[in-house]
Design a protein. Structure first.
Length: 300
């Protein structure tokens, strides 16, 4: 991966990691599905009136919107509300790396290199180490919800790859138009009008700043950057980069929410970084344009 693309990936994972505790701050005042619905409504409006729809089948846009908005972030936020800490959530979501590698192998015939396998094993050991040393019992439902969101993220990666979309930012804006209504409907089905009562009064400065961060950095910028990388590189190459998210997520949760991090957890984070370094190492690559897409070729 080129250095400029690797730098973009690190910045994106930083934003996503910090987004977990910032989202937790917003959830203190707002229902998780309502908060997520507001996030995507603002991500779509008013930009959708000024940005041309991406030149792909609308079914891809709609499918990604549902998977991305409801299946991933709606479920993550609900899982955090029912008891999973933001730091732990940022860890569990990394299961998407392994789901995505599997989809890449099955659907796109991508080869999984030995270094990627070794890196994945090391990263999995690190993740397992962090999860196993956490104090307190997290709700089984919450944990399963985050696992489900990891599956949704991997499916979203596949949709981006299959669509062949070039207009990444446009795709994100139009896809964000899809989830608000299903999210608000889910909130109403689960909690009735109580999910919306006092919403205006609860929108204090902290909640507003949380929403703005989620919309303009965690959605517009971060997913533009991530999906741009997916357009250039195989999903099995891009996916392991997301293993940096729990490093940033746990660190920022410790700083912002006073989450404690133990020495064993620091060791496990080091193992994750080692796994990431091993999994990403490869000979320099060159991007040669072929038709409408860029093909990645290893230097001989």
């Amino acid at each position: 991966m080129l250095k400029k693309h690797l730098s973009l990936a690190v910045l994106v994972t930083l934003v996503w990691g910090v987004n977990f505790p910032i989202t937790k701050l917003g959830l203190r005042a707002i229902d998780p599905f309502v908060l997520t619905g507001i996030r995507f409504a603002l991500a779509a409006l008013p930009l959708v009136f000024f940005i041309k729809r991406p030149a792909v089948k609308f079914s891809y846009v709609a499918a990604y919107g549902i998977i991305f908005g409801l299946g991933m972030w709606g479920v993550i936020n609900y899982g955090i509300q029912v008891g999973v800490s933001p730091g732990i959530a940022s860890l569990i979501i990394q299961l998407s790396v392994f789901f995505t590698m599997g989809w890449g192998f099955v659907l796109f015939k991508e080869k999984i290199r030995g270094a990627q396998m070794l890196g994945a094993v090391l990263a999995l050991v690190g993740l397992a180490g962090i999860i196993s040393t956490q104090e307190g019992n997290h709700a089984v439902l919450g944990v399963m919800l985050i696992v489900l969101s990891a599956v949704a993220w991997s499916v979203g990666n596949v949709i981006i790859k299959k669509s062949g979309v070039k207009e990444i930012f446009s795709f994100m804006v139009w896809a964000s138009l899809i989830p608000p209504i299903p999210l608000f409907l889910t909130a109403w089905l689960m909690h009735g009008g109580a999910a919306f009562e006092g919403l205006q009064a609860n929108l204090d400065l902290t909640a507003i700043l949380s929403i703005l961060f989620q919309v303009y950095l965690a959605t517009h910028f971060a997913y533009w950057g991530w999906n741009s990388l997916l357009k250039l590189y195989p999903v099995s190459t891009v996916a392991p980069l997301s293993l940096l998210i729990p490093v940033f997520g746990i660190t920022s949760s410790m700083l912002m929410l006073d989450e404690r991090i133990s020495t064993p957890n620091l060791i496990s984070i080091g193992i994750i970084i080692l796994g990431l370094a091993v999994g990403l190492y490869r000979r320099p690559v060159s991007l040669a344009p072929v038709g409408p897409h860029a093909v990645m070729q290893a230097d001989k």
